[in-house]
Write a protein that binds this ligand. Sequence first.
Ligand code: BT5
Length: 317
Amino acid sequence: MNETKRALLDALADGPVSGPALADRLGVSRAAVWKQVEALREEGFEVASGDDGYRIVDVPAYGAAAIEYGLEAPYRIEYHDQVPSTNHRARELAAEGASDVVVVADEQTGGRGRLEREWSSPPGGVWASVLVRPRRPPSEVPLYTLAAAVAIARAAREAGVPATIKWPNDVLVAGADGDATTERKLAGILTEMEGEADRVSWLAAGMGVNANVDADALPPGATSLRAEVGDVDRRVFLQRLLETFAELTAEDADLRDVLDEWRDYASTLGRRVRIETPSEVIEGEAVDVRFPGSLVVQTDTGERVVSAGDCEHLRPS
Ligand code: BT5
């Protein structure tokens, strides 16, 4: 999206503005304003022009301009109807030097989970990767995954779904009557980065939320917002999610605060867990999460601090 169109959207988000005032504010001719207004109309915006100027009366359901319109987060949106993987596209953009971009797709044909696992991404989901260049050391990157989980859980709760977080990167919904032993996966996160010993070069937080998708189109053990509460407004859902993520990871924010929010949403703490790491299997009770996102597990032989692995919630013994 060009800068003039973005500035126009920002200006119109505050209410009606006259053509001359817009031309003045954007530093372009009135004809250029009119051209951009027409371009917005072609993208599905309904723009009324009355005595008090131009006014947006309806916004398209989804797409780059729709998501950027009214978004209170410092990102521009790159939207695709279909893409192999938004994380892959974010990586390409990173190689071109881009930052503060969110790649969004309606459908992914090669969505990936951790360890190159497949991630089903039919049309109707929220598949998005936030590309940023934080001035932070690589050791703090796990907190971005936790922040993404908090952002998804909060947006899901606002949509009426009682989502919880399973360490480190799954957003779950408990079974009928809140039965925690039959949890289903609503969303997953794949964070990728490049950097040097003391500084992150770029980071892509890939978030996959099964939004307006039939549960039948997903692997067993998965659920969707549609299956839980019916279809949601994906535009508003993604905006809320991005706003929380931006707020939690802002340059002047203390990333450690993410841990408190994460604890509030976690369903792993207090549970018996089985964690498979690349080198061993650890079983015990998850008692806390610790900077920068490690899980503290009380085992029969003492306390263990686990920084990475696949976690399974076990039935209480
Ligand atoms: C994850 O991996 O949970 C990370 C998923 C990240 C997906 C996003 S979508 C936007 C961005 N672009 C990408 O290409 N990826 C990111 P992991 O913890 O490894 O879980 C993967 C496992 O979850 C699979 O092996 C399946 O068992 C299951 N699975 C696959 N698709 C699923 C879905 N849509 N919903 C729930 N579970 C799924």
